[in-house]
Design a protein around this ligand. Sequence first.
Ligand SMILES: O=c1ccn([C@@H]2O[C@H](COP(=O)(O)O)[C@@H](O)[C@H]2O)c(=O)[nH]1
Length: 266
Amino acid sequence: MSSFFEQLATRIERVDSVVSVGLDPDMDKLPTEVLDADLPRWAFNRRIIDKTHEHAACYKPNAAFYEDSDGWRALRETVAYAHGKDVPVLLDAKRGDIGNTARQYATVLDMVDAITVNPYLGRDSLDPFLSRKDKGVFVLARTSNAGGADLQNLELDSGEQLYEHVASLAKSWNHNNNVGLVVGATQPEELEEIRELVPELPFLVPGIGAQGGDEQAAIEHGLADGVGLVNSSRGIIFAGETGSGQYFEAAGHAAKQLKRGLNQYR
Ligand SMILES: O=c1ccn([C@@H]2O[C@H](COP(=O)(O)O)[C@@H](O)[C@H]2O)c(=O)[nH]1
């Protein structure tokens, strides 16, 4: 059984891409092309996958966009379809809860290949995820939103900032070589600092595209031994113009452009 990061390394090499395509099918933004479908989010994702998979190192659905019964059906279909194209799926769910609840949350790893988790409740809350040797677990360290600084940049008695402490803890949790960190591309200085602290951990770097993050910093600091993911969601999936007849082609083009842009720095 190969680890998530071994699978990801193989995928990155095969498609020559570290692009994570975010599948966040906001119902208010779906194009008319899919609105009559039984499950519009699934119809949308399927067509996005058809046009982007050759540029995708991974798909990253955010659980927030599937939190209803049709949503979970759409998510299941999407994951199976992405797997059919040989693309791993990272569920951005930011889980973190007490033990028995965390064990239930972790069962979603039977469906997806990796997940994001919130370290706020501490090590025991993450054990059910960390113990899944074949799955990737990305711990939030410095998120891409400005307000992330409210807690994550707090200075501790040790002189470290909280996000640095989280990065060091995550390193100590990496017994199964399945831990990565989430660090936003909108925080290039923190990206660099965290990379120095944990040279061996791959990062998921969101914040490219719609959030205006730094592509060069994302590549220079996000990858560990060439492995890591740089995510764009809205910048790819909503690149098209509804009714143009080329809606999904535009997503494919945006994914390809991002791949090329990032590859300049790899
Ligand atoms: O720090 C974080 C952690 C997660 N995200 C998620 O990534 C995507 C970004 O979407 P864009 O449309 O490319 O802005 C979305 O699912 C966020 O919830 C993040 O942005 N920052």
